[in-house]
Design a protein around this ligand. Structure first.
Ligand code: G
Ligand code: G
Ligand code: MN
Length: 526
């Protein structure tokens, strides 16, 4: 089992990781969506600059044709040509007025006829195009002026600003569109501004006409990408949230699976994975079952059956041994109580407890509940306290052991001889049995000195008036030696290994039958 020490930063990391993993697909998805929306806007911006540019070129074509047709007339007397000027205004859709220029002077106008105004070529970009914010006829109203010239002659046509504004409105209003002519520009408001048009913050693009000296700038205001994402990808966004949540939950479960021992034990407690195994204890003389020791096993979903020495130490350390033992006692009741009639009165049931159990009186309730599940007097509950970890006496332990005594619960000191419990200790906790540790039983057949230790323990306990249980009996020689020394009970592989509940119940039934037939043999024999 991968038990490891838990570090604080690790715990923080474990808490954060599912959030990070959940956020990752959302962040990546949002980045991709952002990029995609930006690209779409860029394409749209370029397309609209191009289309609007095309429309303005068409408008200028009309102005340019009119001017080209009038150019040969420049220099002729105005009275003769003014009808030709008006003819062009009428014929050309976008032309508002036409003019003739000769030697730097605009001398003939389609509206006024003869006229006089100097022509400043510098007003015109490349001598051709001028975006002006009004003239004497319509002051404050934008006007696009087209000029064609040849030597001293020139023809000038004007386009009403409304046609330009119309072109800028051509594709709707969700984007920014600006017509730039030289140092002047105009947007949908119809106001002519001086200088260079401001570039859009999002998806700025430019269409530079190859036929006339103007350009179209298009783009979007700040926040357009977000708006685009919200309006175009709500379903995709929902999917991202779902993916993120799924990733986070999966990560969370994966982390839990390979989590710390405490979390793993807690999970096992909740899943009821701690089950009782049973090892019989036999009586001196006929070696019939006098009782049983309940040994905890962990039925792990992946590791299989886990031995207690692998997890009990940690459970004791973390304090989780208390709820685990409570669960074990409850399971033991479930298994054994229905078969109580198979047990002789005073059948011992040994439960291992630790010092942790003695810090409050909860154990009293557990024992009370345990005994209440059996017919009165049928079982003797024995709590086995390991001698390796001594209990510190206090008011609570005093009350606890007095209460246990009143309930008729017996106390056994487990692994006796391996620790250093004093006589005072044995008396303090009103001990009833000593369980001689199997290392001493293993000395039988060894050298004389070792055997002497075993003999001393047996002698001591009989002098103290305590019952003795010998653990780890594996050979007949050991069994017989212990029998000769009047050890009350024996436990070990020689008689039975720890077994599952089903096996134990089966064996218990077989025992009952076996003892009945023994009895018959005795009667028949007698
Ligand atoms: O069952 P096994 O046979 O492997 O026992 C190994 C050790 O685990 C023994 O020292 C035994 O006392 C201890 N042990 C077994 N079951 C429990 C239990 O329910 N509680 C405690 N505290 N120790 C147990
Ligand atoms: O609670 P206690 O420390 O007494 O636990 C008994 C332990 O001894 C358990 O691990 C149990 O499986 C083991 N055990 C029981 N009988 C024998 C035996 O005959 N030989 C050996 N080696 N171990 C035994
Ligand atoms: Mn034990």
């Amino acid at each position: 089992m991968p038990f490891s020490v838990k570090h604080r930063p690790l715990r923080l990391w474990r808490t954060l990781l599912p959030w990070l993993v959940g956020a990752l697909p959302m962040v990546c998805g949002l980045l991709i969506m952002h990029w995609q929306a930006g690209r779409e806007l860029q394409n749209r911006s370029e397309a609209s600059a191009q289309r609007v540019g095309g429309q303005i070129e068409r408008i200028l074509d009309s102005a340019s044709r009119a001017a080209s047709e009038l150019l040969p007339l420049a220099g002729q007397p105005c009275v003769e040509e003014k009808l030709a000027l008006r003819d062009q205004v009428t014929r050309r859709a976008f032309v508002r007025s036409t003019n003739l220029e000769y030697r730097g002077e605009l001398y003939c106008n389609s509206l006024f006829g003869p006229y006089s105004e100097p022509v400043n070529v510098d007003d015109y970009v490349q001598g051709k195009l001028w975006l002006m914010d009004g003239n004497s006829v319509t002051p404050g109203h934008p006007l696009l002026v087209y000029r064609v010239s040849e030597g001293e002659r020139g023809a000038i046509t004007t386009v009403d600003g409304d046609h330009l504004i119309g072109a800028l409105y051509l594709l709707g209003t969700d984007n920014q569109l600006i017509l730039q002519v030289g140092q002047n520009w105009i947007d949908r408001s119809g106001q002519v501004h001086k200088g260079l048009a401001p570039t859009s913050e999002v998806a700025a693009s430019e269409y530079v006409s190859t036929r006339y000296p103007f350009s179209i700038h298009s783009g979007y205001t700040q926040g357009k990408v977000g708006e685009q994402m919200r309006s175009e990808y709500p379903a995709l966004f929902g999917l991202l949230v779902m993916l993120g949540a799924m990733a986070a939950v999966t990560c969370y479960w994966q982390l839990r699976r390979a989590s710390s021992p405490r979390v793993e034990l807690q999970r096992a407690i909740e899943a009821n994975e701690f089950i009782p195994y049973f090892q019989p204890v036999v009586r001196h003389g006929d070696y019939r079952w006098a009782g049983v020791e309940v040994l905890m096993r962990w039925q792990h979903p992946r590791e299989g059956l886990v031995r207690p020495d692998l997890f009990i130490p940690y459970a004791e350390h973390s304090g989780q041994i208390v709820p685990m033992t409570r669960q074990l006692m409850a399971r033991t009741v479930e298994v054994l109580a229905p078969h109580a009639e198979r047990m002789a009165d005073g059948f011992h049931i040994g439960i291992n407890i630790t010092a942790d159990h003695c810090q409050d009186l909860a154990l009293l309730d557990d024992c009370h509940a345990f005994l209440a599940a059996f017919p009165k007097g049928r079982v003797r509950l024995t709590l086995e306290l390991t001698e390796r970890k001594l209990i510190a006496p206090s008011e609570v332990t005093h009350a606890l052991f007095a209460g246990l005594h009143d309930l008729g619960v017996m106390i056994a000191v487990d692994d006796f001889g391996t620790g250093q419990s004093s006589l005072a200790y044995l008396r303090q906790f009103q001990v009833d049995y000593l369980k001689i540790d199997q290392s001493f039983v293993a000395m039988i057949g060894g050298d004389a000195l070792s055997l002497h230790i075993l003999d001393s323990i047996i002698e001591l306990s009989s002098k103290l008036g305590l019952g003795i249980v010998a653990e780890g009996v594996e050979t007949e020689a050991q069994r017989d030696y212990l029998a000769r020394h009047n050890v009350d009970f024996q436990q070990g592989y020689l008689f039975a290994r720890p077994m599952s509940a089903e096996a134990f119940i089966q064996a218990l039934e077989a025992q009952g039958l076996a003892s009945a037939s023994d009895h018959q043999v005795l009667i028949q024999g007698g």
